[in-house]
Ligand binder design. Structure first.
Ligand code: MG
Ligand code: ZN
Length: 212
């Protein structure tokens, strides 16, 4: 953990120098992290300048999905590791043209446990929970829900078809994390996407027009 934190701090100071914010997107496999990013890429590209780091155990599939949308993206493979580590993030971040970026979004390996515990140099963690999961996930994995600066409930278009109890889930979240904004989104219908994008833009703190 000592070396990991050292790399994480290096990354944070590098990003601070270039005035770039970095988010660590965490969720179970299939929560819809990449789909959310695909929607975000389409809406964000006119507002801020950003890049994505895709973390997976194997395959470049997710980076390819985003590259098709002309997103600046690199794929990191852990080769079996269940979370991203700060050193690999540091190397990947240094390959981006940071001077021209406002925001880096890291999609962590699908897992709610250890990605919550490994600092990768981000400024904030964002957790994605889909309505095809149990509404008690915040109770089962309190660490990530407590630490998250924003919480996304995805696939809400499926609510009529699944037993997920949205109201209970929101209560569970509020007991653990009273302040983080909760975005209820559907990438299929576009519902809630505008609010999520507005948060991302304000979190990034400046638009590319302001950046020289
Ligand atoms: Mg993915
Ligand atoms: Zn792990």
């Amino acid at each position: 953990m000592g070396a990991n934190d050292m790399w994480a701090n290096k990354t944070r100071s590098l990003l601070a120098k270039e005035n770039v914010k970095m988010l660590n997107l965490i969720g179970s496999p299939g929560a819809g992290k990449t789909a959310l990013l695909e929607q975000s890429v389409k809406k964000l590209s006119r507002k801020i300048s950003f890049a994505v780091l895709e973390g997976d155990i194997e395959t470049k599939n997710d980076a390819e999905r985003l590259a098709r949308l002309n997103c600046r993206v690199s794929q990191l493979l852990t080769g079996g590791g269940c979370h991203l580590e700060a050193k690999m993030i540091n190397h990947a971040v240094r390959d981006f043209p940071l001077r021209h970026l406002d925001l880096v979004v890291v999609e962590n390996v699908g897992n709610l446990i250890c990605p919550a515990e490994f600092d990768i140099g981000e400024h904030a963690k964002v957790v994605v929970l889909s309505v095809t999961e149990g509404e008690d996930k915040p109770l089962k994995y309190p660490t990530i829900f407590r630490e998250a600066k924003a919480i996304v409930i995805s696939k809400i278009d499926l609510l009529p078809h699944v037993p997920f109890k949205l109201k209970r889930c929101l209560e569970f979240i509020r007991n653990i994390n009273p302040y983080a904004p909760v975005f209820k989104v559907s990438v299929m219908t576009g519902k809630g996407i505008k609010e999520w994008i507005d948060w991302l833009v304000s979190y990034a703190g400046c638009s590319k027009n302001e950046k020289k």
